[in-house]
Design a protein around this ligand. Structure first.
Ligand code: ATP
Ligand code: MG
Length: 418
């Protein structure tokens, strides 16, 4: 079954609005084993939209159209659909009454142009839109079943979930010979994309119905597994087998799957043993704390985070020896160690985690050029420390430093020796 998307709107072509409607639909139809095979974006121009619908109608089985269903004169999608289908427009009186009723319920005056919302190409069907005024319209153009959806993302998404996905699911379940898909994203940290590829190189031979995809979400790398099967159960079983093998190969470098996020995985590792954490952040200036605090329930684990940015703050807030800071420089192993131990002791936490570094572009020394980061973790098993060179721009040095520190903590809490 061939599925396509047509997005309409000048704003999508002048750079002012990024299309988020298509990805929303694509993700959901892919999960049905129905990938979107082509997406086209056209301006608010009657002839251009009609032309695109005619062309797509000749080759696709299903076409989803986004945008241009509003009441204003620049909303042309219904007119274009009628033109493409070669049928006149009619007013759906029941829908018109429904729309008028919706306006009065909301205390909004029904202006004459709103009657445009109840126009349907002859032979088409208007479907009530619980998320807005403009109904969804279903009609046939060429051989394609066409669904016109409002462009407003909230309405588009609501109708996708409520109307489009169930219809497509029904179609794929009843279609003879349809290939079903099951997907898993395994999320990793600490393994370069090329190594990930190398590590997985024998997987496709042992699992011929599973395709691999690699995607970098720096500093994470994601491995996608797409399993195909003649039924959803077969695809699921094939996915489970390949996933188990991939997870075994990845070991502790895989921190989660699908919607699971890295900071939540870090907290989960700590929460297994009821451990708590105190941070001392210099170059990351609270980034670690902020990542963790994005997760609901973080307060059970995160006790405190001291942003000890200037040299004197390291002494004033955490009591690190000023002479040590002067002698060794703030970006150094001894100072980072002292910060981790002080943070842990002051908070009475299970772990004290400290980060210092040169985020750049200024600063750095001969020994520790820009991009150098020291990490120290003080915990029940003693002290672990690391020195890294993240030779990127400022934002990346800070993000990579925060991830590396949190990953060190995660592995320590899991009892993994890095
Ligand atoms: P309206 O009744 O608001 O006119 P409509 O169905 O005519 O709704 P549009 O006019 O195309 O839809 O767009 C409405 C709003 O949704 C605009 O703010 C537009 O920028 C946004 N929008 C349209 N298409 C997309 C898209 N593909 N992705 C994200 N936003 C979009
Ligand atoms: Mg509009």
């Amino acid at each position: 079954m061939r599925l396509e998307i047509l997005c309409t709107g000048n704003e999508l072509l002048d750079g002012s609005v990024v299309d988020t409607n298509s990805p929303y639909l694509m993700e959901r139809t892919l999960a049905l084993g129905l990938p979107v095979l082509r997406k086209e974006t056209v301006p608010d121009d009657l002839e251009v939209i009609a032309d695109a619908m005619r062309t797509i109608g000749a080759r696709a089985d299903v076409l989803i159209v986004s945008g241009g269903l509003g009441p204003t004169t620049d909303d042309l999608t219904v007119d274009a659909a009628a033109l493409a289908a070669g049928v006149p427009l009619e007013t759906d009186e029941a829908m018109l009454a429904h729309i008028k009723e919706r306006f009065s319920r909301r205390g909004v005056t029904f202006t004459a142009n709103n009657a445009r919302l109840a126009r349907v190409p002859k032979g088409g069907v208007a479907v009530t839109n619980p998320f807005g005024s403009a109904p969804m319209i279903a009609l046939k153009v060429g051989k394609a079943e066409v669904f016109l959806l409002p462009g407003v993302p909230r309405e588009f998404r609501g109708l996708c979930d409520q109307e489009i996905v169930p219809r497509l699911r029904e179609r794929v379940l009843t279609a003879a010979g349809h290939t079903h898909l099951a997907l898993r994203i395994l999320k990793t940290y600490g393994i370069p994309e090329s190594h990930l590829d190398e590590l997985m190189k024998e997987l496709p031979q042992r699992h011929p119905h599973v395709k691999l995809g690699f995607r970098t979400h720096a500093p994470e790398n994601h491995l996608k597994l797409f399993a195909e099967g003649p039924s959803p159960e077969d695809a699921g079983a094939r996915l489970a087998a390949a996933e188990a093998e991939a997870r075994a190969l990845l070991g502790h470098r895989c921190f989660g799957a699908d919607a699971e996020e890295f900071p939540a995985a870090v907290l989960a590792s700590l929460q297994k043993s009821g451990a708590t954490l105190a941070l001392a952040e210099s170059c990351t200036a609270g980034l670690c704390a902020s990542l963790l605090a994005d997760v609901s329930g973080a307060s059970r684990t995160l006790v405190s985070s001291a942003v000890v940015y200037q040299d004197q703050a390291k002494t004033q807030l955490l009591g690190v020896d000023a002479e040590l800071v002067r002698r060794e420089s703030a970006v150094s192993a001894p100072v980072t160690r002292a910060l981790a131990e002080a943070a842990r002791a002051k908070a009475g936490a299970t772990y004290g985690l400290a980060i210092t570094g040169w985020a750049g572009p200024g600063g750095g020394t001969e020994r520790d050029p820009v991009g150098t980061v020291y990490i120290a973790l003080a915990g029940p098993r003693g002290l672990v420390e690391q020195r890294h060179r993240f030779g990127f721009d400022r934002a990346r040095v800070r993000l990579f430093a925060a991830y590396q520190a949190l990953d060190l903590l995660r592995l320590e809490a899991e009892g993994v020796t890095p």
